[in-house]
Design a protein around this ligand. Structure first.
Ligand code: S3P
Length: 439
């Protein structure tokens, strides 16, 4: 990722006020692109997230011969019913685990040979979790000790559907298997111990796939011939999470976030924050292409500590960093359990956040897979954050700085564009003080 010569600093801010839309959902944007590329005909996608991760997926589809055009706020994807050209160049997914894992799954049963690469962070993340089930489906996959680069080879129609029990709560692994199974004759069955986000299942169902779910068992009968339909991408709850916590911890705040995706498997943070005494209300609920959306009304609140059990982890996996920030400003000791998967994100988020919060003056106790945060209404701040190139660490710690006594500076801000390119502008439009500083 190219680094900027400036970075960002956040300062103690007055109350946040305003009403706005957050950027579109990253998980759904990537799925909408991939799945519309295999529809029979053209799909129009409105409000696609134009962030680095999504652009990398889009560029890969172009390299695979999919035509994509843009008019105003609408993208048109010229689906080819599952036929792709052999890419002449590597498929580069940048920082995006979702783009990579889902695209490998999708292409692994499509008689394609392709080479996948990514940035430094993605290149160090574990890939056996998708490679193992895909090999069971007869995919030909080569890898570098379970990491990138990955190469898939044309297996000449020898892929088979499988029945698979997921060992970890992972929507990316589940989606990779479902996308691989879509065109195979027979039934793909996935059993989930702890269910994860179901955007893939919802979108496949919306576009006419024969997919159903009963008691944590997903059944996909194939082959499927997907028909295009218009798709609207809801606001990203994971991006909204920074604004929600910012409003909660800055005195006198009142904000409304419009049209945010409220998928049950994404919104564990709301349940936890409400138990912490957060004043949050959901208004104007609606369903759009199968996804629940609504407006989120947040007022600053006097937070109390919490105890989060491991069974909740997949429902707030991306929100732990910002939840640790909320817990830092709550009264009392909070405990978070079942955090193992946090170690395999864009950085080891458990250690990166524990270090960042400690340096900012928070009392933290890091155990093997759990974390204790000793909350305090007053936090010192005044630190320089090592973000490890992780967008959610950068945004979480900048949010921390909005209520701290002294400013927080992050080592780099360029990676924020992977998910929330206008983070600083959006925060400041609500009255927050985040400024550019030279490095
Ligand atoms: C995602 C699933 C989660 C999440 C990631 C996006 C998705 O990863 O952390 O940011 O879009 O499917 P895992 O499936 O690895 O838990």
């Amino acid at each position: 990722m190219t680094k900027n010569t400036f970075t960002l600093k956040s300062l103690k801010s007055k109350c946040l006020v305003g009403k706005l839309s957050v950027p579109a959902d990253k998980s759904i944007s990537i799925r909408a692109l991939l799945i519309s590329s295999i529809c029979f005909g053209n799909t129009k996608i409105s409000n696609l997230l134009e962030s680095e991760d999504v652009k990398n997926t889009l560029n890969c589809l172009k390299k695979l011969g999919i035509k994509i055009s843009k008019k105003g706020n609408q993208f048109e994807i010229f689906g080819q019913g599952g036929f792709f050209d052999h890419p002449k160049e590597d498929l580069f997914l940048g920082n995006s685990g979702t783009g990579l894992r889902l695209l490998v799954g999708l292409l692994s049963s499509r008689n394609i040979s392709a080479n996948f690469t990514g940035d430094e962070s993605l290149s160090s993340r574990p890939m056996m979790r998708i490679i193992e089930p895909l090999i069971k489906m007869n995919a030909l996959v080569k890898h570098n000790n379970g990491c990138l680069p990955i190469k898939i080879e044309n297996n000449n129609d020898s892929s088979l559907p499988i029945t698979y029990s997921l060992k970890i709560g992972s929507a990316q692994v589940k989606s990779a298997i479902l996308l691989a199974g879509l065109n195979l004759r027979g039934t793909t069955i996935i059993k989930e111990k702890i269910p994860s986000r179901d955007h893939t299942e919802i979108l496949l169902n919306y576009l006419g796939a024969n997919i159903s779910k009963e008691k944590n068992v997903i059944t996909l009968k194939s082959p499927n011939f997907l028909k295009p339909k218009d798709i609207f991408i809801p606001g990203d709850f994971s991006s909204a999470a920074f604004l929600i916590v910012a409003a909660l911890i800055t005195k006198g705040s009142k904000i409304i976030l419009k049209n945010v995706g409220l998928n049950f498997y994404r919104t564990g943070l709301l349940d936890v924050l409400k138990k912490m005494n957060a004043k949050i209300n959901i208004l104007n609920k609606d369903i759009i292409n199968g996804e629940l959306i609504g407006d989120i009304f947040v007022e600053s609140s006097s937070l109390i500590s919490t105890d989060v059990d491991s069974s909740l982890a997949p429902r707030l996996i991306d929100e732990f960093p910002i939840l640790f920030v909320a817990a830092s400003y709550a009264s009392g000791k909070s405990i978070f359990r079942g955090l193992e998967e946090l170690k395999f994100k864009e950085s080891d988020r458990l250690k990166t956040m524990a270090d960042a919060l400690k340096n900012a003056g928070v009392e933290i106790h890091l155990k093997k897979n759990s974390l204790e945060v000793m909350g305090n209404k007053k936090q010192k701040g005044g630190s320089y954050v090592v973000t490890k190139n992780d967008h959610r660490i950068a945004m979480s710690m900048l949010t921390f700085g909005l209520a701290a006594e002294k400013s927080i500076t992050i080592d780099d801000s360029s990676m924020i564009k992977t998910s929330f390119p206008k983070f600083r502008e959006t925060m400041n439009s609500l009255n927050a003080t985040i400024s550019n500083v030279s490095k």
